[in-house]
Design a binder for this molecule. Sequence first.
Ligand code: ATP
Length: 253
Amino acid sequence: AAGTPILEVRGLTKRYGGVVAVDDVTLTVPAGQIMGLIGPNGAGKTTCFNMITGAIAPTSGTVSFLGSEIQGRKPHVGAEAGLTRTFQNLQVFSSTDVLGNVYMGRYRKGRAGILRGMLGLQGREQYRHEEIARDILETMQLGDVSGLAAGDLPFGRQRMMEVCRALASEPALLLLDEPMAGLSGREREMLATLLRRLRDAGLTIVLVEHDVAQVMALADSVAVLDDGVLIAHGDPESVRNDPAVIVAYLGTD
Ligand code: ATP
């Protein structure tokens, strides 16, 4: 239900030798909201994502997803429970067509169906996965390029395609790492509109983003990291006016 936490991190900490990349972060993500995670370069945003998804184990602290503690578990544990992420760098199968790239997002939803497809036994199940992938591409206005090799698409459309693949897994929580990077103004607007629609349909989204104006316009709540420390968390308006946030972005030292 809206308002119930879907993700809770408590005391999340990651040390690399003497560097504290993430320092005792405690944060709750309520269901059905878009949360923006912002902060200057090196603030610890990606390290947070990596600990939430299980790509790296925290030095200390807990990650609770839908009520289960998953810190230190392999990424597939969260993925199977409905936690899907995108990466800062494109993760695209260049020579596979766009539909195939999105279809791969169905993997955990239909191993059997995909296996049948690989064996050449086109089943009802596989057909359904393909239909879902096509529907998502249509929604993102990528339907007309679904047959092209993904590597032949302009960068911005490859990014959009990655969001489509993430959606194809039907996540409960979607973590997006700089989804706007490299997109044109028009593409950013299109993505923002889509993310709002997904939120309104009940999806919970956390996005790391450098475009602070976009985050402020899009997010229901905003968390700010600086030097590994959570310095502010709240609605966009109060975060925007928080003196500690202003100092962090202006960089006074
Ligand atoms: P950006 O906005 O530039 O992507 P970020 O907020 O995502 O930055 P992180 O990539 O999480 O920040 O990095 C946080 C800090 O941790 C940085 O000081 C970085 O140098 C350090 N760090 C990250 N990964 C490692 C690692 N594997 N070994 C050592 N230090 C690391």
